[in-house]
Design a protein around this ligand. Structure first.
Ligand code: BV8
Length: 249
């Protein structure tokens, strides 16, 4: 069955004039990075809901706990490597990648940073929580404990988008525009459960675009128009993409 769908998906991609990828935590799962909804993080964190920790209120309530959670994730990411799915995407040098992921595994796989739209920011940066403008790179293998902004004395925090926070306007506008313009959206490893990012899928569907889904679980149950490859991304993306040259506009 998957071979038939794979061939059909390759046919769609080879005919498409313009394609963009849209990814979530499942893209990095086979690099050992826990997904949000199936977080296999160790017991310490399984007691806390990521939705609480990745939030303004969670940080205000207990900034040290949130920084410790991010630093645990940073240390895990430092030891991780891009998987064959990141590498297959990175080999498509003319493709733009819209991602909800805050990791740098696509960049480490060789994808150009200018062609990656991080809708929810990046875990490898800190910024001032009072938005005084201070931003600092974080060495993932040597993350720093909770600290104050050298400029203004407020807490420093990860430069990611938390629940209840708006997405970076320019990045979001570019992602929305792309999803209305491309012929095909390649949707990889996302539960499409966090908005407004998840709304990109509906935008592509409403604009009658081709949608190809790569996920270990069915995502668009009943939506016959989309083509779903129910398989792990690391195995499927090289089979799906290698030999094709995809471009975004
Ligand atoms: C906003 C960064 C408004 C941080 C993340 C009440 C108040 C305010 C807002 C809301 C509210 N109620 C609802 C909302 C909206 C809210 C939201 O959508 N909530 C959800 C829970 C309903 N959204 C927001 O708050 C957004 N902001 O609305 O602002 C606003 C407007 C103007 C002014 C002010 C405010 C901000 C949302 C961003 C939150 N930040 N991350 C960090 O990472 O630490 S979200 C985080 O979770 C990720 O970035 C990602 O987006 C999301 C997880 O989703 P996925 O990536 O899809 O991962 P998941 O684990 O769910 O699924 C993995 C999938 O992979 C699965 O389908 C699985 O089957 C598959 N898979 C697993 N393994 C593999 C695989 N597939 C292939 N191969 C494999 N091997």
């Amino acid at each position: 069955m998957i071979e038939h769908s794979l061939a059909a998906a390759r046919e769609i991609l080879s005919r498409a004039q313009s394609v963009a990828s849209f990814s979530g935590a499942g893209l990095s799962a086979e690099s050992g990075i826990p997904t949000f909804r199936h977080a296999e993080t160790d017991a310490l964190w399984s007691r806390f809901d990521p939705m609480e920790l990745a939030s303004v209120d969670g940080f205000a309530a207990n900034p040290k706990r949130v920084i410790d959670w991010y630093n645990m994730r940073r240390s895990k990411l430092a030891k991780a490597a891009p998987n064959p799915a990141h590498e297959a995407l990175a080999r498509q040098s003319k493709l733009v990648h819209i991602t909800q992921n805050v990791d740098d595994l696509l960049e480490r796989a060789g994808a150009s940073a200018g062609r990656i739209l991080h809708l929810h920011g990046m875990i490898g940066k800190d910024r001032c929580s009072a938005s005084c403008g201070r931003e600092e790179a974080v060495e993932l293998s040597r993350p720093r404990p909770l600290r104050v902004c050298p400029n203004c004395g407020e807490w420093m925090r990860p430069a990611v988008v938390w629940f209840g926070e708006s997405l970076p306007a320019q990045v979001w506008h570019r992602a929305e525009t792309l999803c209305s313009q491309v012929d095909c959206l390649l949707v990889i490893g996302t539960s499409a459960s966090v908005y407004p990012a998840a709304g990109l899928l509906a935008r592509a569907r409403d604009a009658r675009k081709e949608v190809i889904v790569v996920n270990t679980q069915p995502l668009l149950a009943g939506d016959s128009a989309a083509l779903e490859l129910i398989a792990p991304a690391a195995k499927t993306l090289p089979q799906l993409l290698d030999g094709l040259t995809l471009r975004t506009l």
